[in-house]
Design a protein around this ligand. Structure first.
Ligand SMILES: C[S@@+](CC[C@H](N)C(=O)[O-])C[C@H]1O[C@@H](n2cnc3c(N)ncnc32)[C@H](O)[C@@H]1O
Length: 97
C-alpha cells in the first residue's frame, strides 16, 4: 500500500481515519509506504492539510516493523515554482500482527 504526498492534503478529520484505513488494509507481512509532511513543513499552518509530528506517525505503527524512516527538511521550490520549506517523512513498514 503506497501513499506518496497525497494524504497530507486531507484535513485532520479526514487524514487520521484515512491513515488508519490504510494501515488496517495492510495484511500481516505486507508493507505500507508513505511520504507525508511533518509538523515543521511550510504547510503546517494550513487547516485544510495535515502535517503531524513524526512521532505521532511512529506511534500509529505499533503493529509494524519500521524498515525505512527518513525525516528530512529542506528549503526548495514546489512543483508550481514557489519557495517552500519541506519537512517530509518517508517510511516503509511491514505489518507484524
Ligand atoms: C503532490 S501530488 C502527489 C502525486 C503523486 N503521488 C506523486 O508523488 O507524484 C498530490 C496529489 O494529491 C491529490 N489530492 C489532493 N487532495 C486530495 C483529496 N482530497 N482527495 C484525493 N486526492 C487528493 C492531488 O490530486 C495530487 O494528485
Amino acid at each position: 500500500m503506497n501513499a506518496s504526498l497525497s494524504l497530507p492534503f486531507l484535513a485532520p478529520t479526514q487524514f487520521w481515519p484515512a491513515w488508519q484505513r490504510v494501515l488496517d488494509a495492510v495484511v500481516v507481512g505486507g508493507r505500507v509506504a508513505a511520504m507525508l509532511f511533518g509538523d515543521r513543513d511550510g504547510s503546517a499552518g494550513d487547516a485544510s492539510m495535515t502535517c503531524p509530528p513524526p512521532d505521532a506517525i511512529r506511534e500509529s505503527l505499533a503493529s509494524f516493523e519500521i524498515e525505512h524512516w527518513a525525516n528530512k527538511e529542506e528549503d526548495t521550490l514546489t512543483a508550481l515554482g514557489g519557495p517552500h520549506h519541506f519537512h517530509t517523512l518517508e517510511l516503509v513498514a511491514r505489518r507484524l500482527r
